[in-house]
Design a binder for this molecule. Structure first.
Ligand code: FES
Ligand code: FES
Length: 157
């Protein structure tokens, strides 16, 4: 038995401790907002937060989450998280998504990035690109991602 705190709720999950968080989220708990892309920490589609840090859930075992808090795109965009709400709003406003497949990972990385900044700081385009570099978008929505992250930072200032 493994105890996991996900989006503020405690879950007891029966799975091998080495099971990647991604599989438990999607297959056991039905939280399918987090996507499987490469399975090898190369694309960012599976990004979630572990105690506020963006991590790749496809390679992180549930044993690493014991006693920590996991946040997924479902939790970060439910309106209760100030930064997540600003990112979500900016994503909709700038119509960022194309096919949408990579976007939950993009939103999770953007949210972790903005939370890591000193309050009121407006990141440069280069800083945004550097923070988002691990999230691949096959549709090439990078320009809109950059605009939306900058806009969310402005909202939060
Ligand atoms: S699915 Fe995890 S980084 Fe690609
Ligand atoms: S929106 Fe299609 S892969 Fe990013």
């Amino acid at each position: 038995m493994n105890n996991l705190n996900i989006n503020g709720r405690d879950h007891t999950v029966e799975a091998d401790p080495g099971t990647p968080i991604l599989w438990v989220l999607r297959d056991t708990l039905g939280l399918t907002g987090t996507k499987f892309g490469c399975g090898a920490a190369l694309c960012g589609a599976c990004t979630v937060h572990l105690d506020g840090q963006a991590i790749r859930s496809c390679i992180t075992p549930i044993s690493a989450a014991e006693g920590k808090k996991i946040s997924t795109v479902e939790g970060i965009t439910d309106g209760a998280d100030r930064v997540g709400a600003a990112v979500h709003t900016a994503w909709v406003k700038h119509d960022v998504a194309q096919c949408g497949y990579c976007q939950s990972g993009q939103i999770m990385s953007a949210t972790a990035f903005l939370k890591s900044l000193p309050r009121g700081k407006q990141p440069s385009a280069a800083e945004i690109d550097s923070a988002m570099v691990g999230n691949i978008c096959r549709c090439g929505t990078y320009a809109r991602i950059r605009i939306a992250v900058a806009d969310a930072a402005k909202t939060l200032a």
